[in-house]
Design a binder for this molecule. Structure first.
Ligand code: FES
Ligand SMILES: [Fe+2]
Length: 332
């Protein structure tokens, strides 16, 4: 079907270019081939002898067999049907049959990266932007927790735009943000909103948070990167945290959302309290709680037909940005 004149925002027929989560790095072992599905296509995923991950469109360029059912011959992937072999770039490098005419074929090889102990692919010929880094220390100083993926009943764009929807933070999640939000389009792929949550209410939780953060408010930035990925980040002297959200479509207007929490390892006792137990444990709990509020009350029953008002400025901007993002269709 021709989708040329359609716009990408909230459109199940078009796939915006961007980074899409595959799985935790530890799930892909050397020497085996794994099957995943993204963008309505089967993918073949393997780790080569050097440890690098390859992700190929999993449909053989001969008769269409599922390459994820093939086997590895050294670092080449062999089709289970007639034994054609593919290298890491997706090119056919061996055809066991005798041919009169030479053929040159390939399948699409996705750009791959491993970051935060997870594997991501870029949906496009070349990455247009990187996955954001954690700004406070390299991998050795990071504590990383990949939460179990959750199915939500909306398109990835609707899941992402939720982070810009400040009025629902108050209404659905009961977060009393002050009025200092600022929305900024950073470039053609990224948009940011910053907000502050004062911790001036009585109660143990606010006192506790003040102690951890070392200031009387939580200040966060939320940044979208492409249409399907975003992060919330707080960086301060005492406590830094980043929560990465990645969404991909799984059909029928639904998405799988993956949340990765990245924190900085503290020192001494603080390492235990701030770094592990509290930060990761508390955020794990909080993120699930918040997602549950979004899902059960809202997303599970949402028929998204926006009629925006001027209070929805950030949502309108996000839609504009996504509609200008390039899309990509995996070549057959
Ligand atoms: S279908 Fe793959 S080699 Fe024939
Ligand atoms: Fe929400």
């Amino acid at each position: 079907m021709d989708h040329q004149n359609e716009k990408p925002f909230n459109n199940p027929n078009l796939f915006g270019q961007g980074w899409y989560y595959i799985c935790p790095s530890r799930d892909i072992k050397k020497g085996r081939v794994y099957s995943f599905e993204r963008f309505g296509k089967k993918l073949a995923v393997y780790r080569d002898s050097q440890g690098a991950v390859t992700v190929l469109h999993g449909k053989c360029a001969h008769l269409g067999a599922d390459l994820s059912r093939g086997q590895l011959i050294g670092d080449r992937l062999e089709c289970p049907f007639h034994g054609w072999q593919y290298d890491r770039s997706g090119a056919v490098v061996r055809i066991p049959q005798k041919l009169q005419k030479k053929v040159s074929r390939c399948v699409f090889a996705f750009p791959v990266t491993e970051q935060f102990k997870a594997i991501f692919i870029f949906n496009g010929p070349e990455p247009l932007f990187p996955i954001p880094d954690f700004p406070d220390g390299g991998p050795q100083q990071q504590v990383i927790k990949i939460l179990k993926g959750e199915v939500i009943n909306v398109h990835p764009h609707i899941a992402t735009v939720n982070g810009f929807d400040i009025s629902h933070f108050r209404f659905v999640h009961g977060l009393d943000l002050d009025d200092s939000q600022q929305v900024e389009v950073l470039n053609e792929h990224q948009m940011r909103i910053t907000w502050k949550l004062p911790l001036n209410k009585p109660g143990w939780l606010n006192r506790f948070l003040k102690l951890i953060i070392g200031q009387p408010f939580v200040d966060m930035e939320f940044v979208s990167i492409g249409g399907n990925q975003s992060y919330a980040r707080h960086v301060s002297k005492r406590w830094s945290i980043m929560i990465l959200f990645n969404n991909y479509e799984i059909g029928d207007g639904r998405s799988m959302t993956t949340t990765i929490i990245i924190g900085k390892k503290g020192k001494g006792l603080w390492k235990w309290i701030g770094g592990n137990l509290l930060m990761i444990g508390y955020l794990h709990f909080a993120m699930n709680y918040i997602l549950d509020q979004d899902r059960k009350g809202i997303f599970d029953h949402l028929d998204f037909q926006p009629k925006f008002t001027d209070a929805d400025e950030a949502l309108v901007k996000f839609r504009q940005l996504v509609n200008q993002l390039p899309t990509f269709e995996v070549p057959e």
